[in-house]
Design a protein around this ligand. Structure first.
Ligand code: TYM
Length: 326
């Protein structure tokens, strides 16, 4: 069985973008692959987080994974920092990545622009991400479009290492959803819907009051026309809402367009809001069931053993190949 691996950073609040671009696909793919999904908590440290808040967000993310349908029968859920080998391998990758390559990462360029508090960790972050992926010999890595470049760097790092030291790593494939690889902000539909965004009105948060989410959809920016057509360049607001609708209903954009032929924007938004509210209600009721009690710890304790074993043998192989240790 081929392996799938992906993760999410426990910073900010999880958004509808995270759901449509990532979580939904982990859930749909888990039976087809041997699936590993983790909380990228070491990645969260590139910026300062209140430690208490970070602890809570890590647990919340595991609960959201379970609430989205990830089933420990098929998916190994774990926390990155609880497997020390991620950071070990990352160092080896830092020493096998060129400054120029790392400096070309779009996310680094965007996040470091006009920012004096950029940490070295933000720069080396993609090497840690490569280590997350390559430690487990992942075949596929489902991510939204914003992470594609990082997965491509992981491929380059793996190829370079294999050429230098002999066959060691699988070359992973990024899997980008056909619909919803980038969900946009509802108030500024040229910008990614982002969990670290201050403008909350443009962002649906998975654990927020569903009625607040409904209001956000109802006040989403559209345009002055009256046609419900998918045209991201000229109609970014309407196209974003069509993407959200078709992804949550599992139908094509064309079928969604047909469904709304002749409807006005008010009716259209109400129908989009209904599917979003339904998703949030379902997700939140499952979240409440798992966040209390000891299910989460039991699952993590079990998977910890498995992921450490896999990672340990890979890191030992790498250390031997590069020549460190006895
Ligand atoms: P993160 O936490 O920023 O986002 C998690 C996943 O959600 C996707 N995503 C979106 N998709 C569509 N529309 C949006 N508006 C949107 N916003 C976020 C992201 O593309 C991502 O798939 N570096 C990663 C976490 C990570 C990882 C890994 C992922 C660390 N190691 C190894 C895969 C494999 C990150 O910060 O994602």
């Amino acid at each position: 069985m081929k392996r799938l691996l992906s993760g999410i950073k426990p910073t900010g609040d999880l958004t509808l973008g995270n759901y449509i671009g990532a979580l939904k696909h982990f859930n749909e793919m888990q039976k087809e692959y041997e699936t590993f999904v983790f909380v990228a908590d070491l990645h969260a440290l590139t910026i300062y987080n209140d430690p208490k808040v970070l602890h809570k967000k890590i647990r919340d993310l595991i609960a959201v994974y379970l609430a989205c349908g990830l089933d420990p029968k098929y998916t190994t859920l774990f926390i990155q920092s609880e497997n020390v080998y991620h950071a070990n391998l990352s160092w080896v990758f830092e020493c096998n990545t060129y400054m120029g390559e790392a400096a070309r990462m779009t996310q680094f360029k965007e996040k470091s622009k006009n920012n004096e508090n950029v940490t070295v960790g933000l720069f080396t972050y993609p090497m840690l991400m490569a280590s997350d992926i390559l430690l487990y010999d992942a075949d596929v890595v489902p991510v939204g479009i914003d992470q594609k470049q990082h997965v491509e760097l992981a491929r380059n790092i793996a190829e370079r290492f294999n050429n230098k030291y002999g066959e060691t790593f699988k070359i992973p494939e990024p899997v980008i959803p056909k619909t919803g690889a980038k969900i946009y902000d509802l108030q500024d539909p040229t910008k990614k819907m982002s969990k670290s965004d201050d403008n909350n009105k443009g962002c649906i948060i998975l654990l927020e009051d569903p009625e607040i989410a409904r209001k956000k959809i109802m006040s989403a920016v559209t345009d002055s026309e009256m046609s419900i057509k998918f045209d991201p360049e000229h109609k970014p607001g309407v196209s974003n809402l069509l993407t959200i609708y078709s992804s949550l209903k599992n139908i094509s954009i064309q079928d969604a367009e047909k469904e709304f032929e002749g409807s006005n924007y008010g009716t259209f938004k109400k129908r989009v809001a209904d599917v979003v509210v339904e998703l949030l209600n379902n997700l939140q009721s499952k979240y409440k069931e798992v966040i209390e009690g000891d299910t989460i710890d039991k699952i993590l304790d079990e998977s910890n053993k498995k992921v450490r074993e896999i990672a340990k043998s890979k890191v030992e192989e790498v250390f031997t190949k590069v020549g460190v240790g006895r």
